[in-house]
Design a protein around this ligand. Structure first.
Ligand SMILES: [Zn+2]
Length: 358
């Protein structure tokens, strides 16, 4: 190999290593201080194919706790770069709220930077991360997303305006394929109290909600709740949830004294209005779903019958935005109602349910 060629290869490898951590769009996380030393980081979507969950850093004089680690190592690296501008203390704990990829695929970034970091989640979430979560994601990574990228490549060839979206989408797929998944090394079943410097953090599970092992965090002194996807601002994503147990979980969450609520996605909340409106949707769907099933309606017929009665709650949650209203109807009403029907047919297992066809 000539010296010139060797130098070219070294440069190419170096630029690959750098670019692997940089999004093509150059987009950076936004930062919101929820209380002194408690920061929420949110990232923009990956082109038109993916969304990260919120990530929160709790700083202390003895290190940092990070709640949820985004959907890609690159996003987590961008958040960690922000954290490093705020403190020189190490990240001691990572807490992952649940098994959905957009909340934990970035954990390797923290493990590489802080080999002693403890990664914490509920015992059922860890079990799902070890296998079922990977299988659930496989068709998307191996078939659906590559097929979508091919169609976008054809469209982008005719329309150069699509090039930035294509770059972000390709980057997203590569990040997800290359992610070295880090399974938590510390689990709990109902409660884990963590003391970090002067902070006290309650890591909690109140039963099955959107997933079998929803892990949320409560900071009693700061009155902050970090809920993961137990609710989402504005529209909760009710795929494969546990309808009646989930309502009971939220009723107990509602009893906690909190003035700031960070949901799995979206802006932080400063009151419980969305939590309570979402619980009210659940109550209507549990009650009306049961009555509809007794009348012999299918889940889809039940949805058509029940939906008009949810109009005021839809406006309270989704406003007059057509896209949000469509998400309310599908991701909250339709998916939750199908699970109400599943639950009425017998006890729900911890297996991941498929997306209902409608
Ligand atoms: Zn999520």
């Amino acid at each position: 190999m000539t010296l010139r060629r060797a130098r070219f290869l070294v440069l190419a490898l170096f630029s690959l290593a750098v670019s692997a951590q940089e999004r093509p769009s150059g987009a950076r996380p936004s930062r919101t201080e929820l209380a002194p030393g408690v920061f929420l980081f949110s990232t923009p979507p990956y082109g038109d194919v993916g969304l990260d969950g919120n990530s929160v850093a709790v700083l202390s004089n003895d290190g940092v706790l990070v709640f949820d680690t985004n959907g890609t190592p690159a996003a987590a690296a961008a958040v960690l770069a922000e954290i490093r501008t705020l403190t020189d203390k190490p990240v001691r704990y990572v807490v992952n709220s649940h098994w959905h990829w957009d909340h934990w695929y970035g954990t390797e970034t923290y493990r590489r930077a802080f080999p002693g970091v403890h990664v914490v989640t509920h015992e059922k979430t860890r079990a799902i991360m070890m296998g079922p979560a990977i299988e659930f994601n496989r068709p998307g990574l191996e078939t659906q997303l590559p097929a979508y990228l091919q169609s976008l490549e054809r469209r982008a060839a005719a329309d150069p305006k699509l090039a930035p979206t294509l770059d972000e989408d390709r980057f997203f797929l590569q990040q997800k394929k290359d992610a070295q998944l880090v399974v938590p090394d510390m689990t709990f079943s109902s409660r884990l109290g963590l003391d970090l410097g002067a902070r006290h953090i309650e890591v909690l599970n109140y039963g099955r909600g959107v997933t079998p092992g929803d892990t949320f965090a409560y900071l009693p002194a700061e009155k902050i709740l970090l809920l993961g996807d137990l609710i989402v601002n504005p529209i909760t994503f009710a795929l494969s949830g546990y309808p009646s147990e989930w309502l009971r979980v939220l009723e107990r969450v509602d009893e906690l004294d909190a003035t700031t609520i960070v949901t799995g996605h979206g802006a932080p909340l400063h009151d419980k209005a969305l939590l309570r409106a979402t619980m009210q949707v659940f109550r209507v769907l549990l009650r009306e779903g049961k009555a509809s099933k007794e009348k012999g309606l299918t889940a889809d017929q039940a949805k058509d019958a029940i939906f008009p009665g949810l109009h005021d709650l839809m406006i309270a949650i989704a406003g007059d935005d057509a896209g949000r209203q469509a998400a309310f109807k599908t991701q909250l009403v339709d998916w939750y109602l199908h699970r109400v029907y599943d639950e009425l047919d017998g006890p729900l297992t911890d297996a991941i349910a498929p997306i209902p066809r409608s």
